[in-house]
Design a protein. Structure first.
Length: 513
């Protein structure tokens, strides 16, 4: 039976009937765990979580808020709510809906934000994102139009999973690819995640990179039994993106041929022992090169550094700094759109996308290691570079407001920042935070100011994601460069100020905030 036939077979008969047809033991041999047999006809089932997952799919957004508050009152924690919402999202959209996967990508960041808040307000970022997720789920048709159905692993598969998934993805073979991924998932979610990486790197799209990393993050909450569901949405999005590229007549990205050549030329097809760290001057030189160079030059430079024994951590940090410079030097949108006025950088701006993507590449490199990590970092350099042509590469966008910031007494910097954020003044907000960092003031107090607009406003689907990126990169960067990330966060929060998040009022009402 071909993999397409297997999937259709499962979709047409009940899971209980399947158990009677093949027997429970044979079903387990096929890789179908017990929760499948407890489900409805042709549907994935998540065992003990199923009632909560189904509620996420079946309930309108406003009606969902008090029901989630009741769950919290019964002792259900925020992690469980996020886990159920993530599984509902993956089952509904399968990584194929733009707003749907943006909702998914905001879930782990919203949970991280909740841990920086106290009392009833701690649940606010989570409920706000789950309201957004429910709105989109209902618009999509909820349980009636689920994309992910049960799939039988291809137990005959015994080849190179990375190569096979890449070839199947390029050929648009959804069913063969899913059956192979299901088979590899039997080796554990980490093996399946690693097998997906050549396909994730194949199209150089911010969404499939960030979705891949957030899916790996989410697996830490859902557990290995549900990891395959999360990775299937990554697989399907990658295949969808490549099919879309072909339909539009666009050429495949040059990294498809450049990356293998660089990996071979520099001996990166295996583990490279890290034997040296970049000095401050070398680190700055590499970050600036990635920021200013063309894509091929940046990828070649990172490949050479990795081959020389520079650590992947140093490479990842330099990439992150180069990406945030794209955000700090960006003049802003040349034309305004609804919710994104001229000069704004919130939402899908070049720099914000670059920063989120660099964060994801770093995470994937750490999660996979070896040749996959090397390939991720080289690809990340190619992805980040070549985008600063319309920017002033020497001075950031806020340079003209540094003198103003220098006149504000240190103890009044945060108060002044609150005012400039409310005014939507990106330049002054950045200059104030830069000054705050130069004085080595308390970062926690600053983050407490910046989290408020991240909570209150929508950010064109990006506020939660970027808040998490910026604070995470600040925490793991060297002292001489880490404040760049909070300066950029201030710019994004000022840019998005005043564009209220739909669903915020319903979440506040349910929580009595």
């Amino acid at each position: 039976m071909g993999s397409c036939d297997r999937r259709v077979f499962l979709g047409r008969i009940g899971s209980g009937m399947l158990a009677s047809v093949v027997g429970l033991g044979v079903g387990q041999d096929l890789g179908l765990n017990g929760v499948l047999f407890a489900g409805e006809v042709g549907r994935l089932n998540f065992g003990d979580l199923e009632p909560l997952v189904s509620m996420m799919q079946e309930t309108s957004a406003d009606a969902l808020m008090p029901r989630l508050k009741a769950e919290l009152d019964r002792g259900t924690n925020l992690s469980t709510l996020i886990t159920a919402a993530a599984l509902a999202n993956a089952r509904t959209f399968g990584g194929e809906d733009y707003t749907g996967y943006h909702c998914f990508m905001a879930m782990v960041p919203a949970l991280a934000m909740s841990r920086q808040l106290s009392g009833s307000r701690a649940a606010l970022p989570v409920l706000k994102v789950l309201h957004r997720n429910a709105r989109r789920t209902q618009a999509h048709g909820g349980r009636r139009n689920e994309v992910l159905l049960p799939v039988v692993p291809d137990k005959s598969f015994a080849g190179d999973a990375q190569a096979y998934l890449l070839a199947a993805g390029r050929d648009g073979q959804f069913d063969d690819a899913e059956a192979t991924l299901a088979s590899v998932s039997g080796q554990g979610p980490e093996a399946a995640f690693a097998a997906l990486q050549p396909l994730v790197r194949d199209n150089i799209d911010v969404h499939q990179v960030v979705l891949a990393y957030r899916s790996f993050d989410m697996m830490q909450l859902t557990g290995p039994d549900n990891g395959q569901v999360l990775l299937r949405q990554v697989l399907r999005q990658c295949i969808n993106r490549d099919e879309s590229r072909r339909r539009q007549g666009r050429q495949a990205p040059a990294i498809r041929t450049l990356l293998p050549a660089l990996m071979d030329a520099h001996g990166l097809n295996g583990e490279i022992e890290a034997t040296k760290a970049l000095s401050p001057a070398e680190f700055e030189e590499l970050a600036q090169l990635i920021f200013t160079a063309d894509r091929d030059e940046a990828a070649g430079a990172v490949a050479a550094q990795l081959a020389s024994g520079v650590s992947g951590d140093d490479m990842g940090e330099a990439l992150s700094l180069a990406a945030v410079r794209l955000l700090l030097h960006d003049p802003g949108r040349s034309r305004g759109t609804e919710g994104k006025p001229k000069g704004s950088v919130h939402g899908a701006s070049v720099g914000l996308h670059a920063a989120d993507t660099a964060n994801a590449w770093r995470g994937i490199a750490t999660a996979t290691g070896g040749s996959n990590a090397n390939a991720c970092l080289v690809t990340a350099a190619w992805h980040a570079a070549g985008q600063s042509g319309r920017m002033d590469r020497l001075k950031p966008h806020h340079a003209s407001e540094r003198e103003f910031a220098s006149t504000v007494p240190p103890e009044k910097l945060l108060g002044a920042l609150g005012e400039t954020l409310r005014d939507g003044d990106q330049k002054r907000s950045c200059a104030l935070v830069e000054r705050y960092g130069e004085l080595d003031r308390d970062p926690a107090a600053l983050i407490a100011v910046l989290i408020e607009p991240a909570l209150e406003y929508d950010g064109a689907l990006h506020h939660e994601k970027y808040f998490h990126t910026a604070t995470q990169e600040y925490a793991r960067s060297r002292p001489e460069s880490r404040w760049n990330h909070l300066v950029a966060l201030a710019r994004v929060m000022a840019s998005g100020y005043g564009f209220e998040a739909e669903g915020l009022a319903a979440a506040k009402s349910a929580l009595a905030v």
